[in-house]
Design a protein around this ligand. Structure first.
Ligand SMILES: *Cc1c(COP(=O)(O)O)cnc(C)c1O
Length: 393
């Protein structure tokens, strides 16, 4: 017990294993410490615009994205208000908390919303989306996630969207907030019209920035709604020009973003994706060895692995214990998954050793709650998995 208390106090920082916020690398912290940054100066415009050009290949889009000072949801709201008008018919995929957020946003902005409701932990198939579209006269846009973070289901949009495109010519809007950096995104090639991402997920900096990329035709068909703060056309004019945001940008976050984008490009985007695929594979191997089932079947994410606690084990208690004793933060389940799952994130700047520590901590927690298994089996399986090669997806 004494030792456990010491362990907690010995850590210099809390350890984050949740799908946002993710660990912030030192280079990003250092960059943020440049406090006297004037945002209407040539030097800053250069850094800001540099972020846009560094983000662009991560979206796979021939248009530059825009950066907004908001959490990810601000980016979702900007997409909704700039791409739809009141009374427009839209389809949303609801497979968890974030799909529900699209639904609520659509309703808040008075769209006619047709919901594709799917069980938590599953991914939608194209037939379901087509069926929803066929119930409407003219569907303006389909809204979905790339990765439903509340369940850990990756929707396989690289096959889903091109398949949908064979019969659907409206807009396709993808909330990729928890997938960018962990899964490939090719907006142009897959004919996606809008992708939203956020700073505190795959980009390894604190919350406060949203990134929104639009296709050429989306830029040409913006809504007629009244807009003010989230006016994407206004932002694009200044940001794509000299690198000037309409309002005061979140200076320190931009400085940090510039630093982590630099690391991502130096590592190579393909290598970043391959790393995430390898981490996810190791996490799955570890949970299999411990005897925990993975929630999403055939929809596994490279960003997070959602494992189901064995029956009789109170998951909330396990996770609370790990927070209190080791300062290790894992996300549990929400709503219908409350107490039942652990969402183990390996998104952003997370190393193999972080993952091994996380698995070891969960093993301690499970053993202490009385779960019978071969302690150490998860760590061993993860290490073995790291010794085998894997390819990016
Ligand atoms: C984190 C996340 C969001 C954004 O949430 P904020 O709290 O507003 O940053 C949206 N969608 C998904 C899929 C997410 O993972």
């Amino acid at each position: 017990m004494v030792l456990a208390i010491m362990e907690r106090d010995l850590f210099t920082t809390d350890r984050l294993f949740c799908p946002g916020p993710t660990p912030v690398p030192k280079a990003a912290l250092d960059a943020a410490s440049a406090t006297s940054v004037y945002h209407r100066a040539e030097e800053f415009y250069k850094i800001f615009r540099g972020c846009l050009t560094s983000l662009q290949p991560i979206f796979g889009c021939s248009e530059l994205p825009v950066i907004l000072a908001s959490s990810g949801t601000g980016g979702l709201e900007a997409a909704m208000t700039n791409l739809t008008d009141a009374e427009d018919e839209i389809v949303v995929v609801n497979g968890g908390k974030f799909g529900e957020r699209w639904q609520k946003l659509g309703e808040a902005y008075q769209c006619k919303v047709e919901v594709v409701q799917i069980p938590w932990g599953t991914k939608p198939d194209v037939a379901m989306i087509k069926a929803a579209i066929s119930k409407q006269k003219k569907t303006k846009a389909v809204f979905l996630q790339a990765n439903e973070t509340s369940t850990g289901a990756y929707y396989g949009i690289e096959t889903l969207v091109p398949e949908l495109r064979k019969t659907f010519d409206g807009l396709v809007v993808v909330d990729a907030i928890s997938s960018l950096g962990a899964h490939a995104m090719k907006m142009d090639a897959w004919k996606i019209d809008c992708v939203i991402a956020g700073s505190q997920k795959g980009f390894g900096i604190p919350a406060g920035l949203a990134f929104v990329a639009l296709s050429k035709r989306a830029w040409q068909g913006l809504s007629k709604r009244p807009k003010f703060y989230f006016d994407l056309a206004k932002e694009a004019k200044g940001q794509h020009g000299e690198g000037r945001s309409a309002w005061t940008p979140a200076n320190s976050l931009i400085m940090s973003l510039s630093a982590t984008l630099e690391i991502m490009h130096q590592t190579g985007l393909d290598n970043v994706l391959a790393h995430h695929a390898q981490m996810a594979k190791a996490a799955r191997a570890a949970f299999a060895a411990i005897g925990l089932e993975i929630l999403p079947k055939n929809a596994q994410s490279n960003a997070l692995t959602t494992a189901v606690f064995p029956s009789g084990i109170d998951g909330s208690k396990v996770l609370k214990r790990l927070r209190q004793r080791f300062a290790m933060f894992f996300a549990g389940g929400q709503d219908e998954l409350k107490g039942k799952v652990v969402r183990f994130a390996h998104l952003g700047f997370v190393s193999r050793f972080d993952l091994i520590d996380g698995i070891a901590a969960l093993e301690f927690g499970l053993a202490e709650e009385g779960y019978k298994f071969d302690v150490g089996a998860g760590v061993k399986a993860a290490m073995k998995s790291f010794m085998t090669k894997t390819s990016a997806q």
